[in-house]
Design a protein around this ligand. Structure first.
Ligand SMILES: C[S@@+](CC[C@H](N)C(=O)[O-])C[C@H]1O[C@@H](n2cnc3c(N)ncnc32)[C@H](O)[C@@H]1O
Length: 237
């Protein structure tokens, strides 16, 4: 009961401050400072969210020089791909389903003076080859019925619509992840607790026996969580 009312309070506070938060997240200098992205063009107004920020912390913890990294759903700025390539000597494959996003992200990476990123179009893993030491994803996770109530979300459904419980894209990623992770590799999966309770996320990972939840990266101030997922050592039935 206490947890439910605290969550409701957070929801109300979050939605009361949402316009202010959106303006903060539209500041080019903040985007450059946080993610080393030179904002030479955008496809839509939404630049990043609280999950992108918590994923940034998780990347700081798990990204090492020499790794092969996959950014699944890189978005129109290629934010996390650019960030990875700017802080470590890594090779990055960055994919998105939206061709316009990929073209813009490529321009941004050139302007941000990072190299070693291969941007291309893919429906999650469908057009991806090889294995990766680190797979990063901030997939759409807002339940359809919740997102449809927010006016600012009506366009670019692709960026937020997580289906009936918010977890449809995450499940698709977990289904294929074991084949694309190196033996010691990790998947950093970001989800926002305001939309997807931690218990639901944990249960979802438990539904995939080939994977195990190694830990959760949290933030003191932000509602997003990053689930750190690796091979369990069990084979898929
Ligand atoms: C919440 S945005 C994340 C953008 C960016 N990575 C970030 O962290 O700010 C989700 C991204 O996933 C992409 N996406 C949605 N469905 C996809 C799919 N089936 N295959 C690949 N990318 C997809 C969207 O186009 C969008 O760019």
């Amino acid at each position: 009961m206490a947890i439910a009312s605290r969550k409701l309070l957070w929801m109300h506070l979050y939605h009361a401050f949402a316009p202010l938060l959106r303006s903060i997240r539209s500041l080019p200098f903040l985007t450059r400072w946080l993610f080393h992205v030179n904002l030479v063009g955008t496809v839509h107004q939404h630049l990043w969210d609280s999950t992108t920020v918590v994923l940034r912390s998780a990347i700081g913890r798990y990204l090492k020089d020499g790794q092969r990294v996959l950014d699944l759903g890189t978005g129109h700025l290629g934010t996390l791909a650019v960030y990875c390539a700017s802080i470590r000597n890594v090779t990055v494959v960055a994919v998105d389903r939206d061709e316009a996003f990929i073209e813009n992200a490529r321009r941004i990476s050139q302007a941000s003076e990072v190299s070693g990123i291969d941007f291309h179009r893919s429906d999650w893993f469908s057009n991806v080859a090889g294995t990766f030491d680190l797979i990063i994803s901030n997939p759409p996770y807002i339940p359809t019925s919740v997102g449809d109530q927010h006016k600012h979300l009506t366009a670019f459904r692709n960026t937020w619509d997580g289906g009936s419980d918010g977890l449809a894209p995450a499940r698709r990623i977990l289904q294929d992840a074991p084949r694309f992770l190196t033996p010691g590799g990790r998947l950093l999966l970001g989800l926002d607790q305001l939309y997807v309770p931690m218990s639901a996320a944990r249960d979802m990972v438990a539904d995939f026996p080939a994977l195990r939840l190694e830990g959760v990266v949290t933030s003191l101030w932000l509602p997003s969580k990053v689930y750190v997922i690796s091979h369990s050592g069990k084979s898929t039935p």
